[in-house]
Design a protein around this ligand. Structure first.
Ligand SMILES: C[S@@+](CC[C@H](N)C(=O)[O-])C[C@H]1O[C@@H](n2cnc3c(N)ncnc32)[C@H](O)[C@@H]1O
Length: 245
């Protein structure tokens, strides 16, 4: 597995200028574009799918600030689901990490993330990977030689951030969202893949806290932070210690 080269923007990567150009189901997000990316007008590009999942900039900045408080021995941050770059850019701006590895499976979305990171002048601080993040983690643990040296990191010095797609029955409507039903990756799958490293999971605000609490290794604690904008929670992040520590 290799780092991604600089990818060209494809026809799926769009910079919408007016509401009239925007598909109807994205218009709500387009009207919030400056809270999503304050540099939107500088030419931010997204795929239509990426609009639904991008972390708004103030939330991404606060998460990056909170992740900066990781133990000093942690030098590498692995962002498993780069999307259009919302979180990755904030991690780059924090200037906390010796290395940031940012993974995205969809080539057009990754091209947007690279482009957007350059707008924020942090593109050269990121090692991009166009691959399945579970494949990457599996190789990191079981077959590190199959990774390019730039992607081969010491697990003890790495932390993971994961903002997976949110879907599954009840995630918009349930008062308490059952994370075992989250699609396409449920809580158990995400936790299993990351368990050796300290990992921060960006999850729906209604997520079942009892399910998260069960992931604490031994007598250690799990911290859960609700991230709000204008008095309303946008998401929670569960900060889960790794087993290797
Ligand atoms: C919620 S979005 C991430 C948003 C991102 N944090 C941001 O602020 O822009 C989830 C992303 O994960 C990608 N994805 C889904 N499964 C993946 C996998 N197995 N490996 C890598 N990327 C994946 C999707 O293509 C999508 O872009």
């Amino acid at each position: 597995m290799q780092p991604a080269p600089v990818l060209p923007l494809s026809d799926d990567c769009q910079h919408y200028r007016t509401k009239a150009d925007v598909p109807w189901d994205l218009q709500k997000y387009f009207s919030q574009r400056y809270s999503i990316f304050s540099y939107y007008d500088d030419g931010i590009h997204l795929t239509d799918d990426a609009w639904f999942g991008v972390t708004p900039e103030p939330v991404a900045m606060q998460v990056a600030y909170d992740m900066s408080g990781s133990k000093p021995s942690k030098k590498v941050l692995i962002d498993l689901f780069a999307g259009a770059g919302g979180n990755t850019i904030a991690f780059g701006l924090s200037d906390r990490w010796d290395k940031i590895i940012s993974i995205e499976r969809d080539t057009s979305t990754l091209a947007c993330a690279q482009h957007n990171a350059n707008i924020y002048e942090v593109g050269d601080r990121i090692t991009w990977v166009n691959a399945d993040c579970f494949d990457y983690l599996d190789r990191l643990h079981n077959d590190p030689d199959s990774l390019h040296p730039e992607l081969r990191v010491d697990v003890a010095s790495a932390v993971v951030f994961a903002s997976p797609p949110w879907g599954g029955p009840g995630y918009r409507t349930a008062e308490v969202f059952d994370l075992s039903l989250m699609e396409p990756y449920n809580l158990q799958k995400l936790h299993q893949a990351c368990r050796e490293m300290d990992h921060a999971l960006y999850l729906p605000r209604t997520s079942d806290l009892r399910q998260i609490a069960r992931l604490a290794p031994g007598d250690d604690k799990v911290e859960v932070v609700q991230y709000c904008m204008k008095g309303a929670s946008k998401a929670l992040v569960a900060y889960i210690p790794g087993k290797a520590d």
